[in-house]
Design a protein around this ligand. Sequence first.
Ligand SMILES: Cc1cc2nc3c(=O)[nH]c(=O)nc-3n(C[C@H](O)[C@H](O)[C@H](O)COP(=O)(O)OP(=O)(O)OC[C@H]3O[C@@H](n4cnc5c(N)ncnc54)[C@H](O)[C@@H]3O)c2cc1C
Ligand SMILES: NC(=O)c1ccc[n+]([C@@H]2O[C@H](COP(=O)([O-])OP(=O)(O)OC[C@H]3O[C@@H](n4cnc5c(N)ncnc54)[C@H](O)[C@@H]3O)[C@@H](O)[C@H]2O)c1
Length: 510
Amino acid sequence: MRGVNPDAPAHSAPDPRPAPTSEENRRDQGVGASPVREGSTVAILGGGPGGYEAALVARQLGARVVLIERHGIGGSAVLTDVVPSKTLIATAEALTVTEQAAELGIAFTGGGDGQVGRLRADLGVVNRRVVELARNQSEDIRGSLERAGVELVAGSGRIGADLSRLGQREVHATLADGQEQTFLADIVLVATGASPRVLPTAEPDGERILTWAQMYNLDEAPEHLIVVGSGVTGAEFAGAYNALGTAVTLVSSREHVLPGEDEDAAELIENVFRRRGMTVLSRSRAAAVRRVSKDDGDAVEVELTDGRVVTGSHCLVAVGGVPNTGGLGLEEAGVEISAAGHIEVDRVSRTTALRVYAAGDCSGVLPLASVAAMQGRIAMWHALGDAVSPLDLSEVTANIFTAPEIATVGVTVPREDETTQVVQTYLPLARNARAKMLGITEGFIKLFANGPGGEVIGGVVVAPRASELIYPISLAVAQRLTVDDLAKVFTIYPSLTGSISEAARRLHRA
Ligand SMILES: Cc1cc2nc3c(=O)[nH]c(=O)nc-3n(C[C@H](O)[C@H](O)[C@H](O)COP(=O)(O)OP(=O)(O)OC[C@H]3O[C@@H](n4cnc5c(N)ncnc54)[C@H](O)[C@@H]3O)c2cc1C
Ligand SMILES: NC(=O)c1ccc[n+]([C@@H]2O[C@H](COP(=O)([O-])OP(=O)(O)OC[C@H]3O[C@@H](n4cnc5c(N)ncnc54)[C@H](O)[C@@H]3O)[C@@H](O)[C@H]2O)c1
């Protein structure tokens, strides 16, 4: 991996200085005459991907590990965010695929009176499956942690302000019954995640005005769901509920949905949303959401800042998250927190307090489960003196689970200030033979290289299961392969990956 400065903020550009050696790490961590070593105690606050992946690494390196989790092992990632939303989307995806059935020559029968039958999802059944699957996943992770010898504490953690002469810090856990437990830790990792942001004028009631974490309580499909916020969360839920047959209105504050994402991809998804009957209100902000009583039952009203009012049966407020960093004793311990409430970390997950590390959404580096897990592992490799490469965000692969999906890695917009010339190509999937056979009419491959025939530095794939198709591009970016390396590899004929190879061939010359 590339050499970078571990002291740089985690979101800054790479720096050419070499990565720290394990010996330097040990020196860094020394407090007086007590270097951190095998047999140290690591206390982890939070059992999401940032926390549980770190716990497994720390055990592997011989530390005693105490993991304090206040809600459920697996964290929000497993219980309310990634796992449940992607399980719901699996049902939506199955319904979307059936939309193409007629084109592929399949007819549905059994509608009665000569009518064609319609598929529909039973949201009660879907949501019970979602919750059950998330619970099972949480249990699986608990099992792995227990087998690895991690001590699990069900409670709310916070850290003490002072370091002992031996460089240890008290970590306190308040258990459900109010009892307190205290541990002496050589190393602390804060991985407490984030919670849905609540607008004071749109307080969720868990029934009609909902956060994403409350969506799985629904027993029946909403008649008309208003989604406030067209970031990744809003777009994924809006797309999924639209596919499940619910009328959806998406309140989008910007010109296009998915601000900050590849513009061609965002435009394509917005067109797909509209074509499938979703109402997308662009440049619209919600000022307030309230529950109202209508003759035919309960309803919600979303008042926009320009005075318009949208009425629906339910409202999902998806306006981002706030880091869980309050009440943990962080400031008192010397941990610097940004104005937005995120813990400041460097690229090996160190905070400004000695031997206190932070990982995941509480650090605000890049709110993805994969990044949280990597930050957690890096923290433990660094703290316990193993070889470590600082976090490199240029290699992160991300996916938006709309239909079609949007997967991205590395550089995904042309950079004008580059000394090397960035070249790119755009290849619509509609011309791909396999896409035609599968009835795929939308989607594309974009590839970026640092010059004709040069190294692959990024890519965008918009396609069904783009999350799987992006892998060869991710591999090329991480391994610094050239477009020619990528183009020379055999692909299956016919296959969607054939278009990745074709895109690479196009970048052989300017
Ligand atoms: C709807 C949605 C869908 C998403 N989908 C994806 C996706 O498909 N792929 C992806 O990579 N990312 C996705 N994300 C982002 C992903 O969920 C987060 O990046 C990830 O959960 C961060 O992991 P974490 O370990 O930092 O925090 P979390 O998973 O939030 O875990 C933190 C844990 O800490 C616990 N905790 C908090 N305070 C304390 C305390 N004082 N003491 C003890 N425990 C405490 C919490 O209870 C929680 O269990 C999604 C996010 C949302 C909102
Ligand atoms: N598939 C995935 O990997 C996945 C899925 C969901 C979330 N996530 C992660 O979670 C992060 C947060 O995503 P998010 O979508 O929850 O939050 P976000 O902050 O990215 O998006 C929230 C959106 O709501 C808008 N907004 C704020 N107030 C509003 C108002 N009053 N009316 C209308 N719109 C308003 C904002 O302008 C913004 O566009 C993402 O960056 C992503 O990394 C990842």
